[in-house]
Design a protein around this ligand. Structure first.
Ligand code: ADP
Length: 494
C-alpha cells in the first residue's frame, strides 16, 4: 500500500493528513497556533511556529497511522494563501512575523494604487488591488524593517507565501519555490505569461531578487531533508487552499464549481485553459498547472460566512454553540421579513466595498431571536447565491449542481436554503477533507500513486444532496428583498 502525506497549513491551525491509494483518510493530526494582533486591523503569525506546528502534526499523523517516511510516496503542501514571510537566505531567520492575509495595514496604500493602476493590474493579475494580497505586505516589510530594502536589493533576503516557507525549511534552504496557484495571489504575477511581471514589481517597489521560482502544482520538486524522520519523502504537490479544494472536489472540467462554507465562503469555478476576465468583479486566478497544462478559475469570496454564526454566539449570545443555530432558525418557518447583511468587514465579491457596514432590517414587534438566527443563516446562502450569479453572468453557463464543503455544510437547513435560492442541486462531498485531499491528489499524480484526473474523478463520492423545494417565484422574491438590504449596507458607507 502506498500513502500520500498532505500538509494543510491553515490560518488558525496546521494539520497533517495521510491518505491511502483510494483517497481515504488514514490519520489526521492538528495543532493550533497563536494569532498575533499587534494593533487594530493587524494580524500576524510567528513563522517559526507555523513550521514547528506543521512538523509536529506530520510526526503525529505518521505515528497514529503506524507508518514511517519510507511508506510515504509523496508529500503535498496546501496553505493559507497570500500570507507573507521574508527571511534571510543565509540564516533562514525571518526578518519579521508573517503578515496574514486578513491584515489591513496596507489598505490606504492599496486604495492609492488602485486609483492609479487598478485596471492595468486587474488585466495582468486577475485580482483587485487590495491589502488582502501579498504585494503591499512585501512593500510594507521592505519599508518598515531596518535595512530590509537594501538587503533585498542585494539578494540577501527571500520572500515566500507559506508554501515557499515550508519547502525552504523542509529542504534546508535548497529550494526557494512556489507554485502557480500561490504565485497568482501576490499581485506580482502575470497570469497570462505565468511569470513575475517587471511592471507590477515596479509599481509595488519589489525587487525581483526576493522572489521564489514558480513551478507547476504537481511535479517532484525535491526531497525532504529536515526533519530526519521525514527524510527522503518526495515533495510533489503545492497549491493554495481554495484551488486545492477545487481539485479535491474533482472539479476538473470547465464549469464545475465548488463553494466552501467556513469562516468566509469561497466559490471557485473551473474555467479551463484561458484566463477569462470577469465583468462582474470576480477574481481570475490560476487553478493549477499539471504537466505543462494550466487551468484557470474564477473566484468569489464572502468575507463573513460562518463567522456570522460565531458573532451570534460570541457577541449577541443568542446561541451557545454554532450547532444550535439550526434548531433555532428552524423553529420559525420563515425569516418573518428580517434580512441581515453581515458586512462587518465591508463586502467582498461583487462589491469590493471595504466601507460597507452590517444591516439588520425588517424588524417588527413580532421579531424574535429565531428570526435573527434565520436571517443570519440565510445571509450565508444569499451571499453565496450572489457569487454564483456573477459566475453565471461571466461564463454564460448555467450549472445544474454546486459541490460544497466546509464546516457550515453540517447545517442541513442552510444547505436546503442554498438549493432553494439557487434553484439547483447542492451536493456535499462525502469527505470533509477536500482541501488536503486536493493537494494529496496533486502530489500523488506526480508521485505515480494515481495516473490521471480520470482516475481521481472515480474516487469522488457524494454525501448529502439537497434539491430545490421552493418555487422559482418565491426564490426571486426573497433575493430581491435581500438585494434591497444590501443596498442599505452600501449606502451607509456613502
Ligand atoms: P475555517 O476552515 O474557515 O476555520 P470551518 O470549515 O472549520 O472554517 O467552519 C467553521 C465555520 O463554520 C465557523 O464560522 C462556524 O461558525 C461555522 N459553523 C460550524 N458549524 C455550523 C453549523 N452547524 N451551522 C452554521 N455554521 C456552522
Amino acid at each position: 500500500m502506498t500513502y500520500v502525506l498532505a500538509f494543510d497549513q491553515g490560518t488558525t491551525s496546521s494539520r497533517s493528513l495521510i491518505f491511502d491509494g483510494d483517497g481515504a483518510v488514514v490519520s489526521i493530526a492538528q495543532n493550533e497556533f497563536d494569532q498575533i494582533f499587534p494593533q487594530a486591523g493587524w494580524v500576524e503569525h510567528d513563522p517559526a511556529e507555523i513550521w514547528s506546528s506543521q512538523i509536529t502534526t506530520a510526526t503525529q499523523a505518521l505515528q497514529k497511522a503506524g507508518l514511517s517516511a519510507k511508506d510515504i510516496a509523496a508529500v503535498g503542501i496546501t496553505n493559507q494563501r497570500e500570507t507573507t514571510i521574508i527571511w534571510d537566505r543565509v540564516t533562514g531567520e525571518p526578518i519579521h512575523n508573517a503578515i496574514v492575509w486578513q491584515d489591513r495595514r496596507t489598505s490606504e496604500r492599496c486604495s492609492r494604487i488602485r486609483a492609479s493602476h487598478g485596471e492595468f493590474i486587474r488585466r495582468r493579475t486577475g485580482l483587485e488591488v487590495d491589502a488582502y494580497f501579498s504585494a503591499s505586505k512585501i512593500a510594507w516589510l521592505l519599508e518598515n524593517v531596518a535595512n530590509a530594502r537594501e538587503r533585498a536589493g542585494a539578494g540577501e533576503l527571500a520572500f515566500g507565501t507559506v508554501d515557499s516557507w515550508l519547502v525552504w525549511n523542509l529542504t534546508d534552504g535548497r529550494l526557494h519555490i512556489t507554485d502557480v496557484s500561490n504565485a497568482s495571489r501576490t499581485l506580482l504575477f502575470n497570469i497570462h505569461s505565468l511569470d513575475w511581471d517587471q511592471e507590477l514589481l515596479d509599481i509595488f517597489g519589489v525587487p525581483r531578487a526576493l522572489l521564489p521560482n514558480v513551478r507547476s502544482s504537481s511535479e517532484i520538486y525535491g526531497e525532504v531533508e529536515t526533519p530526519n524522520h521525514l527524510h527522503g519523502i518526495p515533495i510533489a504537490g503545492i497549491a493554495g487552499d481554495q484551488q486545492a479544494a477545487l481539485f479535491g472536489q474533482a472539479c476538473f472540467d470547465p464549469g464545475a464549481t465548488k463553494n466552501t462554507y467556513g469562516t468566509g465562503c469561497f466559490m471557485l469555478q473551473n474555467i479551463g485553459k484561458r484566463p477569462v476576465e470577469s465583468k462582474h468583479r470576480l477574481l481570475t486566478t490560476v487553478g493549477w498547472k499539471i504537466g505543462g497544462k494550466t487551468e484557470y478559475a474564477l473566484e468569489g469570496s464572502v468575507f463573513i460566512g460562518g463567522a456570522v454564526i460565531q458573532w451570534l454566539r460570541d457577541s449577541l449570545g443568542i446561541i451557545a454553540s454554532a450547532a444550535e443555530i439550526e434548531a433555532l432558525a428552524a423553529s420559525v418557518h420563515d425569516n418573518g421579513g428580517v434580512y441581515f447583511v453581515p458586512a462587518f468587514a465591508g463586502l467582498g465579491t461583487p462589491y469590493w466595498d471595504q466601507d460597507a457596514r452590517g444591516t439588520i432590517i425588517g424588524l417588527t414587534r413580532g421579531t424574535g431571536r429565531a428570526h435573527i438566527a434565520r436571517a443570519a443563516l440565510e445571509a450565508i446562502a444569499f451571499q453565496s447565491a450572489d457569487l454564483l450569479d456573477a459566475m453565471h453572468a461571466d461564463s454564460g453557463k448555467y450549472l445544474t449542481e454546486l459541490r460544497v464543503d466546509g464546516g457550515a455544510t453540517a447545517n442541513s437547513l442552510l444547505m436546503q436554503v442554498q438549493a432553494d435560492l439557487l434553484q439547483i442541486r447542492v451536493v456535499c462531498s462525502r469527505t470533509t477533507e477536500t482541501t488536503a485531499l486536493g493537494v494529496a491528489y496533486l502530489a500523488g499524480l506526480a508521485g505515480d500513486v494515481w495516473s490521471s484526473t480520470n482516475d481521481l474523478a472515480k474516487h469522488w463520492q457524494a454525501g448529502d444532496r439537497y434539491e430545490p423545494k421552493m418555487n422559482e417565484g418565491q426564490a426571486k422574491g426573497l433575493r430581491s428583498r435581500w438585494q434591497d438590504a444590501v443596498e442599505r449596507s452600501l449606502d451607509w458607507a456613502r
